[in-house]
Design a protein. Structure first.
Lengths: 314, 314
């Protein structure tokens, strides 16, 4: 079983409107709701790839109920296992307003703040997390921290996983990433901006090298349409999709995490994991809905991804 | 007991953001949730005025649950009685994005479409409505119709109330108002735009007279900051607040309906009901939150509202 952790889960709501006019009243044409938060997206992709997957983190209130309901029904590959810890607070919503036809700048987003987590709820999560690790082949720690969760949370969760012998992938940003890195996760997956945020360097190779020295065994940096840069114990690689894929980049990073986890538990080599991650990210950009991927595009892209070994010290 | 009907109830969500930028991502500073839909606002004002009040209409899904939870907790005067009919669909949300400090044009609104109502759910509502009328001193029929409810719904509901000897106030627009009028409600409360919509006339007195000829026993037209124009069996009146009150006009019309209903069941004369309605509407404009009123402003405005009898044929 693969475990994904989403401490700040969300109910993602998408509104389709003809055109967004500030200070006007809009009749919403179409409403879509999905389980949101990076770890939940990762879990759905893993389930679609055929892996037994369990999600944990926090959920509460009517929006939390709705997230759980949607988790139970999603994916052709069957539902994702729900081990979310129930909290007194209410799971946040994110509202995306999409214009038709797609406006150039993309969607307008409104992100609610996360619900407050009490010390007792955090303790309860730590117990559940420890128990779940016993049955996990790998774990992903994803996304931002809601108020009340200690900023060093990912450091604690990485250490617990490593003590249990479970490989851990960390995907977050800012101070939570900095603290998580120090606990020596197996893989971190920052994007270029997040790398710059923690290292101060805008040059991806240099920044990834700095991040690796801070503690990560491997750094897989996602460089948007330019693919991935991976610094691993086995070597350094650049991986590129065969062509620029137009579409919605939301969720592409989550598909990279899902591919890295699935490749890890299947015992794939680093180049094979990276090829899978690049094809899956491109197939996610091609899908209509964030957190889903276009399976035909994935199968078609897989053989044409280019991996180049970089002859530099990792 | 006063009964209010809200066929298209909503969960009103307000987001406070520093500034709305189309196609950008916004961190929401503050989230507020309220029970929404005209009839629910009317009920809350009635409860605050000390009247025993019951709401009916439809509620469903997690948002419907939330509306019921909020209804049970609101108003200093005690909760509003909940006789909403549970449906399979999900109660709509309305999202208002408010900028700080208040932008000149006001809030940006996103109104979800209402949930579909099945023929069986509509039948069930008609049964509940008939039973509730037996204990009602007056009834208000408020707002738009969700999909699946017949466009002549308000005609049916007006006739049932009249057959049960319960005075009925109708506050809606367009075709549902046109059909409701023909069933001869005791009072209709259109605003200037709604009056024009059904009569074609942009001159309020003329339009109100036309609306009255179509079937309403009394027409109380709300003319925004200019107050009310009332054509009743006892005469025609213009009522004006002592001065222009700055603030948020959302909910002012609902307070007029609440004042007319409370005045009716208390046996007040038409001029007294109109004075109350005008003071209460102005005190609602002064309140922070739609559907609430500033009690001190209400008490202060009450003695200074001007009623002028119009010497014209109603």
């Amino acid at each position: 079983m693969i475990l994904t952790v989403t401490l700040n889960a969300a109910l993602d709501v998408t509104y389709r409107v003809p055109r967004l006019e500030p200070r006007a009243s809009h009749r919403v044409r179409e409403v879509a709701e999905r389980p949101g938060g990076k770890g939940l997206n990762v879990a759905r992709v893993l389930a679609a790839l055929g892996h037994e997957t369990l999600v944990t983190g926090f959920a509460g209130g009517p929006t939390g109920e709705r997230v759980r309901e949607l988790l139970a029904e999603v994916t052709e590959a069957g539902p994702v296992g729900d081990a979310l810890v129930t909290i007194a607070g209410t799971t946040r919503r994110t509202v995306s307003v999409v214009e038709e036809p797609g406006a150039p700048g993309g969607a307008t987003l409104f992100n609610e703040p996360g619900p407050p987590i009490s010390p007792a709820e955090w303790e309860r999560f730590l117990t559940v997390y420890g128990e779940l690790l016993a049955g996990a082949d790998a774990v992903a720690l994803c996304g931002s921290l809601p108020p009340g969760v200690p900023v060093g949370a990912y450091g604690t969760l990485v250490r617990t996983a490593r003590a249990a012998g479970v490989p851990v992938v960390l995907d977050t940003s800012g101070e939570p990433l900095r603290r998580g890195l120090a606990a020596r996760p197996d893989v971190v997956k920052p994007n270029a901006e997040e790398l710059t945020g923690i290292t101060g360097s805008t040059e991806p190779l240099h920044a990834a090298r700095l991040a690796r020295r801070r503690g990560a065994h491997a750094v897989v940096a996602s460089l948007g349409a330019e693919g991935l840069l991976a610094l691993t114990p086995d070597g350094t690689w650049r991986v590129e999709p065969p062509r620029r894929v137009p579409g919605n980049p939301t969720g592409a990073g989550d598909s990279v995490v899902a591919a890295l986890l699935s490749g890890l538990v299947e015992g794939l080599s680093w180049p094979d994991r990276l090829v899978r991650a690049t094809a899956l990210a491109a197939a996610t950009v091609r899908a209509e809905v964030a957190g889903e991927f276009d399976r035909a595009a994935y199968e078609e892209l897989l053989p044409s991804v280019t991996v180049t070994r970089q002859m530099v010290a990792a």
